[in-house]
Ligand binder design. Structure first.
Ligand SMILES: Cc1cc2nc3c(=O)[nH]c(=O)nc-3n(C[C@H](O)[C@H](O)[C@H](O)COP(=O)(O)OP(=O)(O)OC[C@H]3O[C@@H](n4cnc5c(N)ncnc54)[C@H](O)[C@@H]3O)c2cc1C
Length: 504
């Protein structure tokens, strides 16, 4: 297929969620290539964690983040994240974000699992992400320095022997354009769609991770997937999320007989770390004992949690009188493209930010509401780093051999991969299950790699499965039934250096 070439003199950002737009707004000039504002950001419910309360400090927030991380978060990166919280909220307010306020006009702060303080800043109850996305998209639209090209899907990175030199992208009609650019910042979000059950929107397929692996960028912690405990089991794909803030406000988890079951799993019961609650619900289903969220004690439900209320109503449920059937669902990816807080990857010319990056701030398990914060804080730092980078640009690279001949259609085998990942590489893993997944992925490989979405699914699924096989212990979001305890000798990050694919 023929490929047009377009030369951009400024950095190109791929993705227009909280991370991508935070970078773009911090650069003197940039182009944002994006499928659209359809990523996870707009769906975030709980809010943004920031130490802004009178009884709170960035150090306390950092300590909570480290505790939940399974011991392998990078303290330096966590300190940068939590220290940036207050400024990130101020900046959003300056850009026009409307957060919920208390009677005194101060920010109203919620609490979620793992936080010792009330520090969750939210908007319109549980519609925080929509407000963040609205604010940043409006700021980008109003800013001449940001050129947003919507409806473009990056299908590969361009590179030469020195590093990344641009992006190969397709528009909705299948037109292929090679955008040569001095710097590329990947902000394509997580990988939730590789699982049969996920809270992530359809566009969250791990394209950035897959493209970075093809150019040989170092990746990290790919076995760590966070499963949210409470997806609403209403037969929908993606699964509507029942925010953790509901449990923060006193909702409980009960079985078929209305008995609370979290008390026997963890002293913090419903507010135990996410992986503990998610596995407890998984086991409830496994023994057919049922799992429901009982939120009937929450006052003024429709106004405090309008998004959840609307999801429940769509499923013919009323949280004020009904128990809500719940299931875990793939929610957040702690792994990704290895990057420090400046976002630099191991490949020259390539940066990563937001959920597609792995900066070490989450370790094996993310503290609730730390990811919008990550996009905001690190987005600004990445912009600064890209702006001051030297010796980039003026080169014309090429794409992965054969990729322009691949179809852009979604092959039916992706459904098989998603089910396989859920069954074998999901909440409870075993060595034999992981090997089975590995072997079946190889069998499916040739059908998958004939299309770009299939190739991405194959690459993302294989990367996660292989990383999960390598970690023979349980830690955070990675639970091996054959190695159910943490192993102190594996208390470190898992770095992977893929072999770059040949270019044309
Ligand atoms: C239902 C839900 C609730 C959540 N609640 C919270 C919460 O309360 N607090 C919190 O901190 N976090 C929450 N999270 C997590 C948080 O929303 C995400 O981690 C965060 O928004 C990720 O931001 P991002 O900018 O990295 O990616 P995203 O917001 O996912 O944006 C990705 C962008 O990349 C684009 N894109 C993807 N692939 C391509 C491609 N190939 N080419 C071009 N563009 C591409 C998409 O169109 C999109 O613009 C929630 C997530 C979900 C799904």
């Amino acid at each position: 297929m023929s490929v047009e070439r377009v030369e951009l003199s400024d950095p190109v950002v791929v993705g227009s969620g909280v991370a991508g737009l935070s970078v773009a707004l911090g650069l003197p000039k940039s182009t944002v290539l994006t499928v659209g504002s359809l990523g996870s950001t707009g769906w975030a419910q709980g809010g943004i964690a920031a130490a802004v309360g009178d009884d709170d400090t960035a150090e306390l927030h950092a300590s909570d983040t480290m505790t939940v991380s399974g011991g392998i978060a990078v303290q330096r990166a966590v300190d940068v994240l939590t220290a940036g919280g207050s400024r990130a909220i101020e900046r959003l307010i300056e850009l026009g974000a409307q957060f919920d306020l208390d009677d005194r006009g101060a920010l109203k702060l919620g609490r979620e699992a793992g936080h010792q303080r009330r520090r969750i800043v939210h908007a319109d109850g549980d519609a925080t992400g929509a407000e963040v996305q609205r604010t940043l998209s409006a700021a980008a639209d109003a800013n001449d320095s940001v050129d947003v090209l919507e409806g473009w899907r990056m299908i590969d990175l361009l590179r030469d022997a020195e590093g990344v030199t641009g992006v190969l992208a397709a528009d909705g009609d299948g037109r292929l354009v090679a955008f040569d650019a001095p710097a590329v910042i990947l902000a394509t979000g997580g990988i939730g769609q590789i699982y049969r059950h996920t809270t992530n929107p359809k566009v969250v397929t791990g394209d950035g991770l897959a493209a970075a692996s093809r150019v040989g960028a170092r990746l990290a912690d790919l076995e760590f997937v966070q499963f949210h405990p409470t997806g609403l089991m209403a037969g929908l794909d993606p699964m509507p999320l029942l925010t953790e803030a509901l449990r923060g406000e006193g909702a409980t988890l009960v079985d078929n007989h209305g008995r609370r079951f979290m008390l026997q799993h963890h002293p913090d019961a419903e507010l135990a770390p996410r992986d503990v609650v998610a596995r407890a619900i998984f086991w409830q289903h496994d023994k057919r004992a049922g799992a429901f969220l009982d939120a009937r004690n929450i006052d003024e439900f429709p106004t405090r949690f309008p998004t959840v209320f609307a999801h429940a109503q769509d499923a013919d449920l009323d949280p004020r009188v009904d128990l809500l059937p719940v299931s875990p669902a793939a929610h957040y990816f702690m792994g990704g493209i290895d990057a420090g807080s400046s976002g630099r990857s191991s490949v020259s010319g390539l940066w990563a930010v937001g959920e597609t990056a792995s900066t070490g701030v989450h370790g094996a398990n993310r503290l609730a509401s730390n990811s919008l914060l990550e996009g905001l804080v690190f987005g600004a730092l990445v912009a600064d780093d890209v702006h001051h980078a030297e010796g980039l640009g003026g080169r014309i690279g090429s794409w992965t051999a054969g990729i322009t001949e691949c179809s852009l259609e979604q092959p039916e085998e992706i459904a098989t991969v998603r089910q396989l990942m859920w069954d074998r590489v999901g909440l409870v893993r075993t060595g034999s299950g992981l090997w089975d997944a590995h072997n079946r992925l190889i069998q499916l490989g040739s059908a998958l790699v004939a299309s770009v979405p299939g190739r991405v699914a194959f690459e993302v699924a294989s990367l996660i499965t292989t990383a999960a096989l390598r970690r023979s212990e349980s830690r955070g979001g990675h639970y091996r039934a054959d190695y159910p305890e943490p192993d102190p000798f594996q208390a470190n990050r898992n770095l992977v250096e893929p072999i770059p694919r040949k270019t044309e």
